[in-house]
Design a protein around this ligand. Structure first.
Ligand SMILES: C[C@H]1O[C@H](OP(=O)(O)OP(=O)(O)OC[C@H]2O[C@@H](n3cnc4c(=O)[nH]c(N)nc43)[C@H](O)[C@@H]2O)[C@@H](O)[C@@H](O)C1=O
Length: 362
């Protein structure tokens, strides 16, 4: 096992290709790489409405020179021909595979599609790199996930904890994980898995639980909404900040030896605790009454119901408790999460209040 310390990388003029650049992680990563002097290429899927909101500021800000340092290409992880075409043209030094159908609950409804994009899509990208003659030079980052552990076999989870995925998403990502390991072992490619535990931010998609809660809290504080309906309040997650985590993606690719790393905070909290923290930001204390789908969270002061539970948001198979031990990343990459859960919640609630104050329909 390599004990390499992060090297001071010469990054000016390097070329990175990011799949999933329009998502939360893609947008933070693009910012980071542009700041380091990279030319960033991103693959975006065609959509009938605009989907580049999270990276628009990178085009708009003349001070960052982002416009000439960022290029977007239409493409898709299900389309090998276009992947080969883009990669042959771009000739990336580093590839970050962040593109995925990333919603665990939706993956039960779109299992085949999820397998195709998240599993086979990873294979297509790796093969496109080899077809373009870049197999020996490129450095590859795969967005692996704590959902691989699912029904956990040990607590906390490390790089050696056995996998037991609990959703079509987790299963598809397991294929992605192993094909990355396989291409590293079979062809000597510089392929790395970042096993990221949940990571959030004001840019988190609106249907993930943290953002759903902070949006609701913002709307409730502005009188735009009365209550929020959630699923399993007892699920526990190890929540970090996405901005912290993308730094680690980059660090992994600066190592001489490719490897797999758990990226987590080593702290777990329940959805219920997240709700309490978020409401705390607007001065509301939540008290809980009832059980299961009859449970409600009430404002302690006014008695108004602010949280309800619905089976609609339960999953056919739940991941109850995730807790990651990032000791290896700390030791080998010199990485430590900087942003606490309290600060994360504060930032998310504030950002959503700002957003809703300007645009109540957001
Ligand atoms: C690392 C991993 O992280 C994410 O996956 P996730 O953990 O499923 O994230 P989530 O925010 O959808 O759910 C967290 C927990 O919260 C519970 N929960 C309760 N009530 C609601 C609810 O109303 N909505 C949602 N979405 N969840 C709810 C839900 O049952 C689950 O136990 C993805 O980025 C994924 O791509 C990834 O890789």
């Amino acid at each position: 096992m390599s004990e390499a310390k992060p090297k001071k990388a010469k990054t000016e003029g390097r070329v990175a290709l990011i799949t999933g650049i329009t998502g939360q992680d893609g947008s933070y990563l693009a910012e980071l790489l542009i700041e380091k002097g990279y030319k960033v290429h991103g693959i975006i899927r065609r959509s009938s409405s605009f989907n580049t909101g999270r990276i628009e500021h990178l085009f708009a800000n003349p001070l960052t020179h982002a416009q000439k340092n960022m290029v977007l290409h239409y493409g898709d992880l299900t389309d090998s021909t276009c992947l080969i075409k883009i990669i042959t043209e771009v000739k990336p030094d580093e590839v970050y595979n962040l593109g995925a159908m990333s919603h665990v609950k939706v993956s039960f409804d779109m299992a085949e599609y999820t397998g195709n994009v998240d599993g086979l899509g990873t294979l297509r990208l790796l093969d496109a790199l080899r077809t373009a003659g870049l197999g020996d030079t490129v450095r590859f980052y795969q967005a692996s996930t704590s959902e691989l552990y699912g029904k956990v076999h040990e607590i906390p989870q490390t790089e050696t904890t056995p996998f037991h995925p609990r959703s079509p998403y987790g299963v598809a990502k397991m294929y992605g994980y192993w094909i990355v390991v396989n291409y590293r072992e079979a062809y000597g490619m510089h392929c790395n898995n970042g096993i990221l535990f949940n990571h959030e931010s004001p840019r988190r998609g609106e249907t993930f639980v943290t953002r759903k809660i902070t949006r609701a809290v913002a709307k409730i504080s502005l009188g735009l909404q009365e209550e929020v309906v959630l699923g399993n309040l007892d699920a526990k997650r190890d929540w970090g900040h996405a901005r912290d985590y993308v730094e680690m993606m980059w660090l992994m690719l600066q190592q001489d030896t490719p490897d797999d790393y758990v990226i987590a905070t080593n702290e777990a909290h329940s959805v219920r605790e997240f709700v309490e923290l978020a409401f705390g930001e607007i001065g509301v204390t939540i008290v809980w009454e009832g059980e299961g789908v009859n449970e409600v969270g009430k404002d302690k002061e006014t008695g108004k119901v602010r949280v309800r539970v619905s089976e609609k948001f339960y999953r056919p198979a739940e991941v109850d408790f995730l807790l990651g031990n990032p000791e290896k990343a700390e030791r080998q990459l010199g990485w430590k999460p900087k942003i606490s859960l309290n600060d994360l919640v504060k930032e998310m609630v504030k950002a959503d209040i700002d957003l809703m104050s300007h645009n109540p329909r957001a």
